[in-house]
Design a protein around this ligand. Structure first.
Ligand SMILES: NC(=O)c1ccc[n+]([C@@H]2O[C@H](COP(=O)([O-])OP(=O)(O)OC[C@H]3O[C@@H](n4cnc5c(N)ncnc54)[C@H](O)[C@@H]3O)[C@@H](O)[C@H]2O)c1
Length: 312
């Protein structure tokens, strides 16, 4: 049995990861400051003998005995990470320093939840891991993008300098139950708008594309990466290469939810990338991983979840 620390474990992805780790018999310590996460996401695990929840902010050092660390702590949606951008950068950078310091002290293997945002507004489609990205260092998204880039740098320097066993995954848009209803991300936005009979807000002309990975697939990829051979550091892209325009997504959701909603067009926000799609050949070759859940099936689960949440 591994003692596994999950930072950001009460968040959307972290709580699903905790479920899967506890389910396969690991001893899980979930650490979260509940900025965007919630005890509700892990309430069902609290009575489990091998699950522990600790309120802690990763910008402060942490002293615990663990064998593995999944570092997920960081608000992930623009609304939340732009709320206090200085704290966002601190969470990525100081959080990485603190967790890498811990990993070094206790000789733990450590995985960083990085992001496709490190590619910025890319000139290459789809994005392979070797692409260095096109990121605005002084824009309103920079606290997140550059914070995550710096965290990657720290991971690779700890690996080079201190021979730490690091794993870096670059996560592309992921959706599923336990997303925040009001985090401004497109899937949760559209679903909540459709369920409550409001019009679906499309920014720009709706021809920009995104790829959407269902949370179960993503968590499976993260766990495979953590379990991979010692010398595989990544970065490895994890995401679903199926590409959909915002209009296609809106129409799929409308057909699943029904109701009177229509599409409403709004101006495009600053630094919004036009297109984002992962090249996942490395994950296929190294982790024997590819997403299995079709968008339609994942959306059905997510709609069912939001119907329950919004009815409460
Ligand atoms: N969901 C996605 O599509 C996506 C895409 C790319 C990368 N990621 C990365 O995956 C990770 C998890 O994302 P998510 O979608 O679950 O977001 P989330 O906001 O639901 O989860 C983040 C968790 O981190 C916690 N947290 C934030 N700051 C903290 C701090 N200083 N100390 C301790 N805990 C803190 C929050 O309370 C929350 O529980 C993030 O690092 C994010 O950057 C997610």
């Amino acid at each position: 049995m591994n003692r596994v620390l999950v930072t950001g474990g009460a968040g959307f992805l972290g709580s699903h990861l905790c479920d899967r780790l506890v389910g396969r018999g690991e001893d899980v310590l979930c650490v979260d400051n509940f900025f965007t996460g919630s005890k509700r996401n892990v309430a069902h695990l609290l009575e489990h003998p091998y699950f522990e929840l600790m309120r802690h902010d990763v910008t402060f050092p942490l002293y615990v005995e663990v064998d593995r660390i999944f570092n997920l702590a960081c608000p992930a949606s623009p609304i939340h990470y732009q709320f206090d951008p200085v704290q966002t950068t601190k969470t990525s950078v100081h959080g990485a320093i603190n967790m890498l310091g811990l990993a070094k002290r206790v000789k733990a293997r450590i995985l960083q939840a990085s992001t496709s945002e490190v590619y910025g507004d890319p000139e290459v489609h789809p994005q392979p891991e070797g692409y260095w990205g096109r990121v605005n260092p002084v824009g309103i998204r920079s606290c997140y993008d550059e914070g995550k880039r710096c965290a990657e740098t720290l991971f690779f320097d700890y690996w080079r300098q201190h021979k730490l066993q690091i794993k870096v995954v670059r996560i592309f848009n992921t959706y599923g139950p336990r997303m925040h209803p009001d985090d401004g991300r497109v899937v949760s936005n559209f679903i909540c708008q459709a369920i409550t009979g409001k019009d679906l807000t499309i920014y720009g002309d709706g021809s920009q594309t995104r790829s959407f990975c269902y949370v179960d697939d993503l968590v499976d990829g993260m766990m495979r990466m953590m379990d991979s051979r010692a010398d595989l550091t990544g970065p490895v892209n994890l995401g679903n290469p199926g590409e959909f325009t915002m209009i296609e997504l809106a129409e799929k959701i409308l057909s699943l939810v029904g109701g009177p909603s229509k599409l409403r067009f709004m101006p495009l926000p600053e630094d919004d990338p036009r297109q984002r799609r992962p090249d996942i050949s490395l994950a296929g070759a190294e982790l024997d991983w590819k997403p299995k859940v079709a968008l339609e099936d994942g959306l059905k689960e997510t709609v069912a979840y939001f119907r329950r949440v919004l009815a409460q």
